[in-house]
Design a binder for this molecule. Sequence first.
Ligand code: BTN
Length: 269
Amino acid sequence: MSSPLSAEKIKNHQIGARIGSEVLVFDAVDSTNELAKQHLFQDAREGLVLLAESQTRGRGRLGRSWMSLPGMGLYLSLILKPKIPTRRLPQLTLMAGLAAALAVNEFSVPDARLKWPNDVLLNGKKCCGILCETHPTPTGESGVIVGIGINANHSPADFPDELKSSATSLKIETGNSTDRQDLAIALISHLDKQYDAFLSDEEPTIIEKWLENSDMVGKKITVTHGNTATPGTALGLDSQGRLLVLSDKGEELAFDSGEVSLQPREWPA
Ligand code: BTN
């Protein structure tokens, strides 16, 4: 377990002009995304970052939970109020995943790879997940809570049996403990840079940058939506960030991230 997080020390780094302009650190919370929602409803500023040492009800996508042991991982949520067309909102998950992968890369060899839509992998196993939730604000803007969980100092024994084959941590992959304070600073700083680039739509766009940090194109996958499983080959992402798949039946399909999960069939190779 690394030393406790300190909002003061994080702010002293003056990391982000926008993201991280205000940082709050909590001990145990139910979910930092839930807490961020309450702050959003009280009209908190864009860029507020909430961190917790542990979560009792950390949540993941598709109704899953997120294991949030005290002091082991980074559990962070931030508030965004982007003035962008609604169709671009799902791209914020890609933006956050890219920032998380770049932050993980500062502490890890080999590089992290992105798995659509919201996972960061090390050696093919998940070390980080992103959960974006959209809510209207009291003033009628779109508020987005970006929740990020990074497994930093977990040992294999810390994961339950059902996660042992799919989950990992920075410590397991690198053999080194990571200072969560430094990891938080790196993550907030990358989020600030990538969010700025995303808003100004700099080239290369978020889609291109995301693909550069992923190796899923050309890989055989199965996309599951409810009870329907579609085996096929990943072709890439379209301009909205939807996953393009050539199904084994020869159809070209586009999937929204909302309700879909993805299982590799030969990936990582
Ligand atoms: C996933 O991979 O399914 C998404 C996991 C997201 C976990 C983070 S931890 C911080 C924030 N608070 C939550 O309750 N969830 C996110």
